[in-house]
Design a protein. Structure first.
Length: 436
């Protein structure tokens, strides 16, 4: 076949056509336009606009620009504005003719900062679309899948200061304290006033004794103070935000919570769970990964009459020592029985919510398994059991059921794919703005 050389390139030809003719019928913008009635946005933003003054840019256009930005993975809003100028499909979606000017980045940015940034309009739009999906049978909230991922913050990891911050109380602290004190009372122990051991100091200015707050030291970014320093395994330390996301079995995102990157996923989940089940009352099963397999989370899910689907979590035991499951718990006698068939008796329940069981030193001193059991110089083996450990054992039992074997493998095609698509296709690998 001979090579063709087009010497006569025509770029000044006139086109007699409409925008609608030039947009392919299978283009994604057509699906978005056909699926969503965008007029619902007007009542949501009406209170953010004045009744007087010159006419503003249509708010639906501004929000559609955000949809274009994230749906097509454009990594900046400034670039999105430039793309809309030359993309016929985007203009069709926004309802802007080929002769009209596209809102520039400055216009969009000022509207965001002055009107939408501190409002609830983004959540309201999200909730409206999710409700629309539920009402039309696209979304099934019977079984939900949850997990957390980290998104790198727009901050230099070398620009940080050391800061002392107060430790925030856990979401379930009040309930746990009641459980601990109830158990301590049954065993003749003095109840705790709080889960934190109170310390006091003398205030020289007022002459009064003041309670010291429990604190910890963290690295705080000078660029974005609201993010957190994240480090896991062999990954490089970086400032990041943690995204706790919940989706249904079809991969529709139902709930999202953003927190500093130095917060553990399980801590974030404990805070949002009650809000989640209030919002979606139809939830029956909650599927999470091993990082959420803790006694408080199992208790939280089971006490709300939902079923947790959690994977096996390997024992965190030193190599060469007996695993905890090799010590048998006798619920009736409230004791542990060691591999040498000796009893470990209840001693106390500590502030962390763990019952403490200890062996008799005389039983351990001549035990042939001592080297595999404990390194204690006093020859005392100590085992702890959380007051809500029975709920975790129920979750382990659920793991053996046929339903678990069907539901749990779906994580890879639901929540894991949500994160993969968000980072790979929708520009959510890094943050562009600063602050929560």
């Amino acid at each position: 076949m001979a090579m063709t050389n087009r010497a006569n390139i025509k770029r000044d030809g006139l086109i007699m056509s409409t925008l609608d003719d030039l947009v392919p019928q299978d283009h994604l913008v057509r699906t978005l336009e056909a699926t969503i009635d965008w007029k619902f946005i007007y009542p949501l933003v009406k209170s953010l606009y004045s009744n007087f003054g010159r006419r503003s840019i249509d708010p639906v256009v501004l929000f559609k620009m955000i949809f274009i930005n994230y749906t097509f993975g454009i990594n900046s809003m400034r670039k999105t504005c430039e793309e809309i100028k030359v993309n016929i499909a985007y203009r069709w979606f926004l309802g802007i003719s080929i002769y009209e000017a596209v809102p520039n980045y400055s216009t969009w940015s000022k509207n965001y900062q002055r009107r939408y940034k501190d409002s609830e309009v983004f959540d309201q739009i999200f909730n409206h679309i999710i409700k629309h999906g539920i009402d039309n049978g696209f979304i099934d909230t019977t079984t939900v899948f949850g997990d957390g991922t980290h998104r790198k913050a727009n901050a230099n990891s070398r620009k940080a200061t050391d800061k002392e911050v107060e430790i925030v109380a856990k979401a379930y602290e009040k309930e746990l304290l009641e459980e601990i004190n109830e158990e301590r009372a049954e065993n003749g122990k003095k109840p705790f006033e709080s889960l934190d051991k109170k310390e006091y100091a003398f205030d020289e200015e007022t002459g009064e004794e003041i309670e010291l707050k429990k604190t910890k030291h963290i690295k705080e970014s000078t660029t974005d103070p609201e993010c957190g320093l994240f480090h896991k395994g062999e990954k490089q330390k970086c400032f990041a935000y943690s995204h706790m996301t919940i989706c249904d079995r079809y991969g529709y995102v139902l709930f999202n919570k953003v927190a500093p990157g130095n917060m553990h996923d399980s801590a974030i989940f404990s805070e949002i769970y009650n809000e989640l089940i209030q919002k979606y009352e139809g939830i029956k099963n909650v599927c999470l990964d091993a990082g959420f397999n803790t006694s408080p989370i199992c208790h939280q899910i089971l006490s709300s009459d939902r079923t947790p689907f959690l994977p096996y979590k390997r024992p965190m035991t030193k190599k060469g020592f007996f695993k905890k499951y090799e010590y048998v718990y006798d619920e009736y006698l409230n004791i542990y029985i060691c591999p040498n068939e000796k009893d470990l008796h209840y001693k106390t329940t500590n502030r962390e919510g763990y019952r403490v069981y200890e062996s008799n030193p005389k039983d351990c001193e001549g035990c042939p398994f001592l080297s595999k059991c404990t390194q204690s110089k006093k020859h005392v083996k100590t085992i702890t059991r959380h007051v809500w450990e029975s709920d975790r054992e129920k979750a382990d039992y659920i793991r053996q059921t046929d339903e678990w074997k069907i539901v749990y493998p779906q994580r890879k095609e639901t929540i894991e794919r949500v994160f993969a698509d968000a980072k790979e296709n929708h520009g959510m690998r890094f943050t562009r703005l600063k602050g929560l």
